[in-house]
Write a protein that binds this ligand. Structure first.
Ligand code: ZN
Length: 144
């Protein structure tokens, strides 16, 4: 076990049991939803690959203005990987509930507003830090 207390303040956010349960339930629900999405897009990606043989011609025509079937395949894979990222963030958040570190901004160490957590239970940063991060990023690029 490495102690890193001298460089980083170890913050705890001891939540009442009912609050813990509330966020735990929210996270598990979100996790299920995203897992379903990941599976859906994985299936779509596989199907769209098969489709390039032209089995479902009607579909291919319909998708024509979105580009080739190949780019649809890439799109599905792209959606899937960002959903996999969210599932990872949810897993981390569940771990932080367990460690009494849930709801603490990973950047500044402030508590994340409860309204924000209720809307996005896997949020890693407070609104202020999130906005700061977004303004530093290229527009259109997703944050991790
Ligand atoms: Zn912050």
């Amino acid at each position: 076990m490495k102690e890193e207390k001298k460089t980083k303040k170890v913050l705890k956010n001891k939540l009442p049991k009912a609050k813990k349960q509330f966020y735990y339930d929210l996270l598990m629900k979100a996790r299920n939803e995203f897992m379903t999405q990941v599976k859906f897009h994985a299936d779509e990606a596989l199907t769209s690959q098969k489709d390039s043989a032209g089995e479902r011609a009607g579909m291919a025509t319909h998708m024509a203005d979105l580009g080739s079937d190949n780019s649809r395949h890439d799109l599905e894979l792209g959606l899937m990987s960002s959903e996999v990222d969210v599932v990872e963030m949810i897993e981390e958040a569940l771990q932080r509930i367990h460690d009494d570190e849930y709801g603490i901004c990973l950047d500044c160490g402030d508590l994340i507003a409860e309204a924000r957590l209720a809307a996005k239970p896997y949020a890693r940063y407070c609104t202020r830090c999130k906005e700061k991060r977004e303004s530093m990023e290229d527009p259109g690029r997703r944050s991790r």
